[in-house]
Write a protein that binds this ligand. Sequence first.
Ligand code: ZN
Ligand code: ZN
Ligand code: FE
Length: 756
Amino acid sequence: MAGELTAYQIRITGIVQGVGFRPFVYRLAQQYHLKGWVLNSSAGVVIEAEGDRDELQEFAHIMVESPPPLAVIRNCELKAIEPRGFEEFSIRHSESEADKAVMISPDIAICEDCKREVMDASDRRRGYPFTNCTNCGPRFTIIKDVPYDRAQTTMAPFPMCRECRQEYENPLHRRFHAQPNACPVCGPYTTLVDRQGREVKEKVVTLLKQGYIVAVKGLGAFHLAADAASADAVKNLRQRKHRNAKPFAVMARDLQVADRYCLINDIERKWLTSPQAPIVILERKDDSWLPDELIHPGISTLGVMLPYTPLHYLLFDDELELLLMTSANISDEPLIINNQEAMEKLSEVADFFLLHNREIFNPCDDSVMRVTPLLTPQLLRRARGFVPLGIELPVKTRPVLALGGEMKSTFCMTRDGEAFLSQHWGDLSHYHNYCKFLDAIPRFKKMLDVEPEVIAHDLHPNYQTTRWAREQTGIKQVAVQHHYAHLAAAMVDNGLTGEVLGVICDGTGWGTDSAVWGFEILQGDYHSFQRLGHLGYVPLPGGDLTIRRPYRMALVYLLQAWGEEGLELAERYLPALGREEKQVVWMQVNKGLQVVPTSSCGRLFDAVAALLGVCSLNRYEGQAAIELEAIADRSVGGYYDYELERQDGQWLLNVFPMWHGLAADLQQGQPVETMAGKFHNTLVEMITGVLKRVRDETGLNRVVLSGGVFHNQILLLRLVQRLLETEFIPYHHQQVPPGDGGISLGQAVIASEVEL
Ligand code: ZN
Ligand code: ZN
Ligand code: FE
């Protein structure tokens, strides 16, 4: 017996547009014999549905519990209304509302259905590089304005053909209102040209197999592609791109190929094949051959991604299974996104260009992540597939624009309890990166429809972002100490409120005493923080030069630990250090000339790596630390001595006893692997030791771990284990990078709490 007629109005917010939500609701309504309508409003999706009470409830339940794959439901409001006696269920035209809580989806990797069509010789979209549907394809990179509508995207110049339009208008079709819908008849197309811009008849895969380097216009930027198994091609690309030692990422034709080269666990597999399709850093198999120029011999990992657009399928065939794929920008310049720019800037780098005529509006790099030994995701770069997805905040915030740091920069805007991080802009001390960063701010404002009331920036007086913030008038500015921002970012990442302890192991950050901080024991919440302890200061001579040359930092530590005797140890263990440079550094340290005190953890890693002969030059950021981690023997249990000292009400972490231990081990000819292992253990013991003391003092037991050094998997795993053993509750990053790519998130929440 049919129940009484019941009616609900349902309002849903989140990522519910452009992801097939309305057709899903439509089909679901049919299934449950409901009448009424669904429509997209600028606030999300609104539904009125009436029918049998039980069926209606089941309908609402399924809608929230198992929405379409790309939908993210943030909020669902349901209220009973008077039934109106609708005759059918329909999809209504969009209305616009003042409150624009709708969110834009990130770009999504090609779905299985589209993949099938592209591979199917009888399908009208066989081999078509721009195939997409409501479950996959470009979003963020093509959108110019909201609401998300074809006319507001870079697909606007491509009117749909009859067949595409039919799909687009059919509520039961997978392409119903798929804004970038296209086919070979009506959509964008690719052209393959040589350096002179002349069209080339060969297939792109043929050229790649011949060892040529091809610039490929992709989803969010140009890539440079080359056959990863060809030592010559890889060497060529490395030389032409002026990229020294930094390992390249590869794109594997499929999962089977990736399996041949790397050890992949289930969680890594899930991420590789996820809609985000990031570069996943994997452990390489020992027996898989790859050219030395591709992989750095000192590092046992390989960054791997799978094809994430149909265009990528053009780059592979039965013989070509692994491609080196690297962003086409030259050194640290911005991503290249348009055809002409690519032809000009890459004329000496690429042999051929695979171009297309769909504009990339928002540049977006590949995301890079790894699965930690704790089996949690850790982002190294949060970009394609993630941006502009909101991060839920544990506190209410006012609209804030937070500008982040200077390296690995991102900005962050808050709106209604969510934070929206921008894509990655690289090093802002490069003028062009800085310009792109500034261009993107108004775009985010428009996309999110928010007008920030506060600007947050780093405490560093000379960061580009600090200067820019200070130029803005009529808006409150809040300077946030770098490592406090790290602490808050880790809190937000884990949904924490209230006071916590923080261990920040980082490279560089401007301290409240103008020293270069980087190994900090903090206590804080979103309102304020206190420094409870830090690595004992050592002098940092000549800033950037010492960051590039770890052996200089080793000399500093030797001099601090031994005095003049340190010079002899330097003679013996630091072959890269020239006589003259040694004298200069010694004098600087002695007289305190052109030195700044530093507690940097990154510099400590550099110094130890140089002393052990692992790495004496940082040819890319973090190289010494990465190589020290790679060589460390993980089975070693011992650690070196350290001291915890009390000074001016703070704990000083004194590592000079460790330096004496290292020197003794060196003298005895201990294996480098053992010493590197013991070094990691020393940090774990020392951090745990100081935390126990500050726990006694503060009564706080929750510890957040942040800072770029926590990309180190040994340190992360061991410290978390040790903290759990000693009954702390440790938290680490999962949604944003532990490094500076994440700090804008922390800044935003801190600035939001400031009294205006
Ligand atoms: Zn699809
Ligand atoms: Zn078409
Ligand atoms: Fe940092």
